[in-house]
Design a protein around this ligand. Structure first.
Ligand SMILES: [Zn+2]
Ligand SMILES: [Zn+2]
Length: 303
């Protein structure tokens, strides 16, 4: 594994030196590195322990991005202008249920994710994920992330479909279906076993990839985790806009796809893409149902 220390070994970092001083030192000795690479190298040098550095980084990164990305959806829910874009427009989530959901998700993160996150670096290190600088070229990062999206989506489709069978649904997946009209922060509202099982798709696929190719950087893994989180939160937002991504990438799933899964419980099992549901015939025409129920509501109002 390419330790940061081995890459910036000309840097005379003193024990107990501050983060800013470390950054200054790295910048002085390694003017060829870009800003992000210098911050990255300084952070690992400053921490002085790669296991703690990676564990803390991944945990905080996940918390900040998860709740940070959920917040705009919470605000949008409170603004009447956006109601016309809500897929299930008769079901506005109330503050109390969102608050309850937030607390449960936060607790689950601490209970389920802290231990694996502390084991994250040793596992990454064992399989050969790089942490050194400079980072890979952006085209390599983009290629790896595209591959992870496809791999995770496949894992998610089959595991999620399996979770809808009998006891698996009753004892595990039912928790995630508590909200028939989901909202952003409900993305990771799930039984701990489900969090772990579906988490394999997000964390296990990069590990499988590096095991097969010996070509992956931790920075790429972080960007992937961020994009996968955004995908999951946005899919639970409950909003469909004229500018939603699936209008430009027809195979992209988005809220238009996953909201119906929560509404009707069956079909639309995949996470990011529509091809598995299309291929396996688990993509009923929910849009027809939506149009029909809107028509019924209008008729009822007119009476
Ligand atoms: Zn489900
Ligand atoms: Zn869901």
């Amino acid at each position: 594994m390419g330790s940061v220390l081995s890459v910036v070994n000309n840097t005379a970092v003193q024990v107990g030196q501050g983060l800013m001083d470390t950054y200054g030192e790295v910048s002085l000795m390694h003017g060829d590195l870009n800003l992000l690479e210098r911050v990255w190298a300084s952070y690992y040098l400053y921490m002085g322990n790669d296991v703690v550095a990676s564990g803390l980084l991944v945990f905080l990164f996940h918390e900040v991005l998860y709740f940070g990305r959920s917040l705009p959806w919470f605000v949008i829910d409170a603004i009447p202008y956006f109601r016309k874009y809500k897929i299930q427009d008769n079901k506005k989530p109330n503050f109390k249920e969102q608050w309850e959901c937030f607390k449960t998700v936060l607790l689950t993160h601490f209970l389920v994710e802290t231990v694996p996150i502390w084991g994250f670096h040793p596992v990454c290190s064992y399989f050969g994920i790089q942490i050194g600088v400079p980072f890979p070229h952006w085209t390599t990062i983009a290629k790896h992330i595209a591959i992870f999206f496809v791999m995770e989506d496949t894992w998610h489709y089959w595991m999620h479909r399996g979770l809808h069978y009998g006891s698996f649904y009753k004892f595990i997946h039912k928790q995630h279906h508590r909200y028939a009209a989901p909202f952003g922060v409900a993305a990771e509202y799930a039984h701990p076993i489900e969090v772990a099982l579906l988490g394999v798709g997000t964390v296990g696929m990069p590990i499988l990839w590096v095991y097969l190719t010996q070509d992956l950087h931790m920075f790429t893994v972080l960007i992937w985790i961020a994009l996968r989180l955004f995908q999951a939160i946005d899919a639970h937002s409950g909003y469909e806009f004229p500018w939603s991504l699936h209008h430009f990438l027809p195979f992209w799933a988005g809220a238009d796809h996953h909201d119906d899964h929560h509404h009707y419980f069956l079909g639309n099992y995949a996470s990011s893409f529509r091809w598995w549901d299309a291929l396996m015939g688990t993509n009923p025409n929910y849009k027809k149902n939506r149009a029909e129920s809107q028509k019924q509501a209008k008729l009822a109002k007119a009476k």
